[in-house]
Design a protein around this ligand. Structure first.
Ligand SMILES: [Zn+2]
Length: 312
């Protein structure tokens, strides 16, 4: 597992912000990540103008999505991933006039299948062939395809296809060129097309612990670390209108208790027989301990949900 550690300042290098092209600075104190996946060393930069945090070298490595290195992808491939809670705000306020929907990075098709139930025509793309197989097999989404956004955009332009709703949940933070990505999204949308999606909140409760437990928030997986202001700035700069950002993703008290209790049960399997007596009282203690993350998540939820429109 890679880690963040201070080290020597890298050789003089001029790096520009991934959003606004202003000259960025290395994050202070210097943060570097040694990725085990591709043995690359990445450095965290911050933009003094828009407060974006991003990792350099800013260059995507698609092989990371096939490698099953992260738990979430294993879930996608086995078709057992729960519905993403950060997509819920979309379904609380779905537009009444349904039309063609495109989900970019559709994974196993959970969001698309709910959009189809609401009356939308479900179209989806994902780089990961295995997830697309699950989307087709589990939800019957025959318009979900394994393709890059570039190829899909070209194909849509050739057949004159555009969409009324475009979503991308947990996709933007993976981009090495977010402006280019959002320009392609714009070209795929009808006038007034609704855009919605989510990114991890870099200031979420226990983010540091989260990053110690998993490499998932680091490159070559995540390149961009968002907070409300830089996310709003990026979407407005890309030309979208009526941009609103909602902080979401806090688990309920009983969901946290459930997670803690199942964590204890999983760990207890590896304990010696003489230690087993500890498991039942620890499972009871979970009801008390859960109060801390429950309060923390109220103040700093795990995700940022965004909603905006292509100009009319
Ligand atoms: Zn910037």
């Amino acid at each position: 597992m890679g880690m963040v550690m201070p080290s020597e300042t890298p050789a003089e290098l001029i790096v520009h912000c991934a959003t606004c092209a202003r000259q960025a600075q290395t994050f202070a104190p210097l943060c570097q990540h040694h990725a085990t996946h591709n043995r690359e060393i990445y450095t965290l930069y911050s933009c003094p103008a828009c407060q974006m945090l991003f990792w350099w070298p800013l260059k995507a490595d698609p092989s990371v999505y096939e490698s099953e290195g992260f738990e979430a992808y294993e879930d996608y491939h086995s078709g057992t991933r729960p519905f993403p809670r950060w997509a819920e705000p979309l379904f609380r306020a779905l537009p009444k006039n349904v039309g063609a929907a495109l989900d970019i990075g559709c994974g196993d098709g959970a969001v698309l299948s709910r959009l189809a139930e609401a009356g939308f025509e479900p179209n989806g793309i994902d780089l990961d062939q295995k997830s697309i197989q699950v989307a087709r097999g589990k939800f019957g989404l025959d318009k979900a395809v394994a393709m890059t956004l570039e190829d899909y955009t070209r194909a849509c332009q050739e057949r004159g296809q555009r969409f009324d709703l475009i979503t991308f949940f947990e996709v933007l933070e993976h981009q090495d060129s977010p402006q280019n990505f959002l320009a392609q999204v714009t070209s795929l949308g009808n006038p007034c097309c609704l855009i919605a999606g989510s990114v991890p909140n870099r200031d979420r409760f226990l983010a540091r612990l989260d990053r110690k437990l998993s490499d998932g928030d680091f490159p070559p997986h995540h390149f961009l670390w968002f907070a409300t202001r830089p996310l709003k700035h990026l979407l407005e700069r890309a030309g979208f209108e009526d941009v609103s950002i909602t902080r979401i993703g806090a688990l309920s008290y009983f969901q946290i208790v459930g997670k803690l209790r199942s964590l204890i049960s999983r760990r207890a399997k590896f304990w010696s027989r003489s230690m087993q007596f500890l498991a039942p009282p620890l499972r009871v203690a979970a009801y008390v301990v859960a109060v801390v993350p429950w309060i923390g998540m109220r103040f700093s939820p795990s995700h940022l949900f965004f909603r905006c429109r292509v100009p009319g």
